[in-house]
Design a protein around this ligand. Sequence first.
Ligand SMILES: Cc1ncc(COP(=O)(O)O)c(C=O)c1O
Length: 377
Amino acid sequence: MTTTPPAVRPKRPHFSSGPCAKPPGWSPDKIDTHILGRSHRSGLGKERLKHCIDLMREMLVLPDTHRIGIVPGSDTGAFEIAMWTMLGAKPATCLAWESFGEGWVTDAVKQLRLDPTVIRADYGELPDLAQVDWSNDVLFTWNGTTSGVRVPDGEWIAADREGLSFADATSAVFAYDLPWDKIDVATFSWQKVLGGEGGHGVLILGPRAVERLESYMPDRPLPKIFRLTKGGKLIDGIFTGETINTPSMLAVEDAIWSLQWFQEQGGLKAMIARTEANAAALDRIVEQRNWLGHLAQHPEIRSKTSVCLTVDGADAEFIKRFTKLLEAEGAAYDIASYRDAPPGLRIWCGATVDTADIEALGPWLDWAWSVLGEQMQ
Ligand SMILES: Cc1ncc(COP(=O)(O)O)c(C=O)c1O
């Protein structure tokens, strides 16, 4: 191996797992700014919010059974709105196999004081999904962004469940074909696969979730930004563009731009194909190097978006130096594993990344490996 830098750099070295790369061709001057400086409750404001909602529905291939709305607080806000408004009616089970799932356990135990059944697995593994009791409400992360482990499909979710399924799907939407009939609540943020901005969350509710909201009022105070019902009825406006409070219309327009790019590429199928091509390109890089490995050993549960890699013998300090070298060269940004995860690399393979850039990254990983190897001799 050589310490001479490779000749070709990834054109866009944006491999962060959130906020993720903007779509190819994106630039701020392409964003429609007509609505800026105007009310989100004006005719135009409502129209743009509704347009964003309609595009999300189309790009997700979301059935009419499910409502979709824009809420405050990014994915965290959307998931916590769902937890605070709906949990407590039934026993709860929380599944956790990385830090975000663990965060929902903390909320359920320490804040909501629900005494849930908690089923855990280590980083790189998935818990035994057959253990899940579907008389409970079940909370899980479809794609664990910090361990690179995802659920393989929706087969393990009971069709005749009594409880509700709550999927934190922020790094899964637009990357996998989600079985909406198995999902009662899903949440995501624009900053992931869409390459949009943080700040707003998206809340998706199936009919059984709406039924829960309209029949159950938890015995806890709910701040205004968490309230989805009025007089025991769902506030339908939230799902047609009448947001609870003031959104960033710049973030909304930015999301619209990304969604239109998705549409031009061929929609969900095309986005899944781009993600899979990226993950396959990264997989080839891993296969060809004995010092790189996958944190998720089993391919059927390995994420195709937030791919987490092990680096032979690396500790947190090594990863810091490795990723700093690549950042300084403009070859790869933000590819260190998450702070709570085992030291390693995490490379985003979602649809807004170009496969050629993943391919160009391989020689740069070799370069950083040999530079650090020399320095340590
Ligand atoms: C699985 C998962 N859940 C929740 C979050 C929090 O998302 P946000 O910062 O958009 O609230 C993230 C962010 O990386 C995530 O990956």
